[in-house]
Design a protein around this ligand. Structure first.
Ligand SMILES: *Cc1c(COP(=O)(O)O)cnc(C)c1O
Length: 231
């Protein structure tokens, strides 16, 4: 299957899940998680109508930016971001989806202030409470969202989550529902309901994520095919 056939099939499934939750397919943003796929593959996905490309490794993103891989579409950073690499990302991407600590938030504020710009971000929620995973504990997201309001060069646009690796079909649905509830609550209490993005769902579970309220999914394998880790 080609990238464009893959995207057509994903769009079909998106529309189905969106309609099941009273929305339309067009309401869901499809982010192509393009790690380990080259600039040509990114451009192929763009030609086939992907909405956004998302990268999760700074070095790879910088190299592909030089090759103009993302021309024509917004770029998001979706991976774990180390503080010493913030300089290479702020101002280069439309949205940093994966802000999971107050230290990282503060560093983004500092770099964005220096560049005199406002960086859009999402707060990442560690909904499974996994020790190895980054992201805020659900209880800590409120304080982080509140703190961000005091930072003039950071604008929080919503939440993102990566649930634990799914062990059974629909296993992540309860996690998605929890993050959606958190999104609605914080958005109403602290952000005048101005948040726009709730990013959850990947190749194996995006239909459930959409049913639970997601409006942004990050899909790699189902768009680009299996990643080749031996290269
Ligand atoms: C790779 C990646 C995805 C996509 O994963 P697939 O299972 O290949 O769809 C989504 N989100 C993040 C943060 C990723 O790193």
């Amino acid at each position: 299957m080609s990238i464009s056939e893959n995207i057509a099939e994903i769009r079909r499934q998106i529309a189905e899940a969106a309609e099941a939750s009273g929305r339309r397919g067009e309401d869901i943003i499809l982010v192509g998680a393009s790690k380990m796929n080259d600039a040509a593959a990114c451009q192929e996905a763009i030609a086939a109508g992907i909405d956004v490309l998302g990268e999760n490794r700074v070095q790879e993103m910088v190299a592909k930016l030089e090759q103009d891989a993302y021309r024509g579409r917004p770029l998001h950073f979706i991976g774990h971001l180390q503080r010493n690499k913030v300089k290479q990302v702020v101002g280069k991407v439309d949205l940093i989806q994966s802000v999971g600590s107050v230290e990282l938030l503060a560093e983004i504020e500092k770099v964005a202030a220096r560049l005199d710009l406002v960086q859009d971000v999402l707060l990442e929620v560690n909904i499974g409470g996994e020790e190895a995973k980054s992201g805020f504990d659900p209880d800590a997201v409120y304080a982080a969202a509140e703190l961000a309001l005091t930072m003039p060069h950071v604008r929080v646009r919503g939440l993102m989550t990566i649930p634990p690796v799914e062990k059974e079909p629909h296993g992540n649905l309860p996690f998605f529902e929890k993050v959606y509830a958190l999104y609605v609550d914080i958005n109403g209490k602290l952000y005048d309901n101005k948040w726009e993005y709730i990013s959850m769902g990947m190749s194996g579970d995006f239909a459930d994520a959409i049913r639970a309220g997601s409006n942004m999914i990050r899909v790699g394998t189902a768009v680009f095919g299996a990643r080749n880790y031996t290269k």
